[in-house]
Design a protein around this ligand. Sequence first.
Ligand SMILES: Cc1cc2nc3c(=O)[nH]c(=O)nc-3n(C[C@H](O)[C@H](O)[C@H](O)COP(=O)(O)OP(=O)(O)OC[C@H]3O[C@@H](n4cnc5c(N)ncnc54)[C@H](O)[C@@H]3O)c2cc1C
Ligand SMILES: *[C@@H]1O[C@H](CO)[C@@H](O)[C@H](O)[C@H]1NC(C)=O
Ligand SMILES: *[C@@H]1O[C@H](CO)[C@@H](O)[C@H](O)[C@H]1NC(C)=O
Ligand SMILES: *[C@@H]1O[C@H](CO)[C@@H](O)[C@H](O)[C@H]1NC(C)=O
Ligand SMILES: *[C@@H]1O[C@H](CO)[C@@H](O)[C@H](O)[C@H]1NC(C)=O
Length: 583
Amino acid sequence: MVRNIFLLLGIALLINHAVIAAPQPTKPSQCHCLPDEPCWPSESTWSAFNSAVGGNLIATTPVARECHDPYYDKAKCDAIKKGYHDGNWRRSLPGAMIETTWETFHGQGCLGVNQTVPCNQGAVSIYTVKATTIADVQTTIRFASEHNIRLTVKNTGHDFLGRSSAPSSINLWLSSMKGINITKDFIPDGAPQGTQGQGAIILKSGVIWDEAYKAANDSNVVVVGAAHYSVGAAGGYCLGGGHSPISPHLGLCVDNVLQFTMVTADGQVHIANSHKNEDLFWALRGGGPGFGVVVEAVYRTHPAFKNMIYARATISTNDTVSMDKIMRDFYSRHDAWSSQGWSAYVLGAQGLLVLQFVLPDATVEQAASSFNPFLDYARSLPAVTLSNVDIFTDSTYYSWFNRYAPMFDQTYAGVNTRISSRFLPQSLFQPDSLDLLSTTMKKVTGDIASISPAWAFFHLLIAGGQVKQGNSVETSVLPAWREALVLYISFVGWDDSTPYADQLTMAKKLTESTDALRAITPGAGTYQNEGDPSEPDWQQSFFGDNYPRLRALKNKYDPNSLFICRRCVGSEDWDEDLMCRQG
Ligand SMILES: Cc1cc2nc3c(=O)[nH]c(=O)nc-3n(C[C@H](O)[C@H](O)[C@H](O)COP(=O)(O)OP(=O)(O)OC[C@H]3O[C@@H](n4cnc5c(N)ncnc54)[C@H](O)[C@@H]3O)c2cc1C
Ligand SMILES: *[C@@H]1O[C@H](CO)[C@@H](O)[C@H](O)[C@H]1NC(C)=O
Ligand SMILES: *[C@@H]1O[C@H](CO)[C@@H](O)[C@H](O)[C@H]1NC(C)=O
Ligand SMILES: *[C@@H]1O[C@H](CO)[C@@H](O)[C@H](O)[C@H]1NC(C)=O
Ligand SMILES: *[C@@H]1O[C@H](CO)[C@@H](O)[C@H](O)[C@H]1NC(C)=O
């Protein structure tokens, strides 16, 4: 509030503001320093900082800038047009997010390739440090802290809540920090004499899952990781929980962490495991981003599966009565599918259900006997068409992954989307709850469809089994994960030219569309990494009863909120834009 008034009244009051703030330089300011303020470092200070990080300081510009006047450059714009919806191209650029929504701020940004549309900095950081060493990470943390500049941390820019970008920030970009080591004998630092070594994969912070999976495959082991190849392996994914197609067999990512090495807000390097900094270790296994920067993660590896079954089918119908029956039958089979060890990635849209099912260590006959009856039921109904019906068997997890992952890797990048989500607990898939579940889901999908023609839902059967068991060791992940079977996520999208007011309306309606599900799933919460950026009562939904302890640990390890991010632990102390402290 105070900040806004200063901006409105202009320079005179800014000077006043500086005078008021000046006498207590060590006290954290109420607001982050902005580029037009006297507190912003001078050119020579930036230049010295650039030298201190090995010349890796980049003045960041929006990725599509050269397609817009007055920056238009034909050759560059042609390259931008080619790369705009390519996830690999986006990951190679400092200013890019996978979801362009998070490159904009209050509707201002530089979207699309229309030359006459204005280009603004939006939520693109002013500077990016392309870190290559732990020292770069430490130097950046100290610099941002000393100058009270908003700091963002990014590896892949996949985040659905915009936690890896912010306006007027320095972005600490980790994607160049590559390095993978697979060992049979990992012993956590500080473990007692005689501790048995165990199989582990050691990852630097810039590694993506495709790279980790390839290395694991080469060593004939598997590791719990994402279903999408460019999700970061050592960062936000696991800090928030980390689900996997093999989670029903091997648990969540947080259930498989052996050690993290991290740089905290004071610039110090800490090792966290079950023998050292146990409280930090607990917080990092589910408490989400905001406790520091992970520079190395160590995850348990498991023996390779004997094989992987991949069953798929696309069901289409314009007959709503048929679709209602299909959905009810679909839900009724979940308990059995889960106990048989399936995971499933199911995409729904108008008149469409795309099924992608995964089952390790099974025969095609076993898979067919539990998957096909559902298809047979769908086929028996009026006006239903099935296509892409296949059951594949692959000898390794990685060959399955390479068959599955390309299906959506190149399609979900450079888009404006918003999501909302909820866990569906196992109890909802029992016979006496199926009517309630079916009618509620019908209402929810109907509501989403009325928001935007670009809508879809993702229904992920990735919990149950070993996710339900959890780890014998306690983690800080939302406890409701252990009761869940399915993570339901709804998506709406819009064009680059959609007015900001309309975007806000769609986002609000999307959040409200999940209310019907919230009402029938008290305490179920949702997965923070795939959560609604406007989730009501988010502390409870994302963290549950772990919130108070996480909050206390946030104060211990990041007392000045250097790593503040949207809907992260402690963010309620800040205004909605996280630029000024409240009160
Ligand atoms: C296409 C797609 C597929 C997905 N598939 C899955 C899936 O199968 N399973 C699943 O569980 N989730 C999945 N997700 C969600 C995913 O977990 C989140 O998007 C997550 O935030 C990605 O983490 P990242 O580090 O790659 O992304 P980024 O956007 O780079 O970072 C996300 C958050 O983590 C922080 N962060 C990143 N690196 C570090 C680090 N080294 N130290 C400290 N903080 C760090 C950032 O500051 C930010 O707050 C998917 C997302 C997308 C877009
Ligand atoms: C580009 O944007 C302008 C408005 O700024 C609009 O009138 C025009 O139709 C757009 N061009 C295309 C090709 O979309
Ligand atoms: C891999 O990790 C193991 C166990 O920590 C260590 O002994 C080995 O030196 C590492 N190898 C490389 C190449 O870093
Ligand atoms: C995965 O490992 C198997 C051997 O276990 C090998 O045959 C295969 O080529 C590997 N896949 C890839 C894509 O490297
Ligand atoms: C549904 O309707 C659309 C348009 O009317 C048509 O193109 C499509 O083929 C129909 N789908 C089925 C499965 O009948």
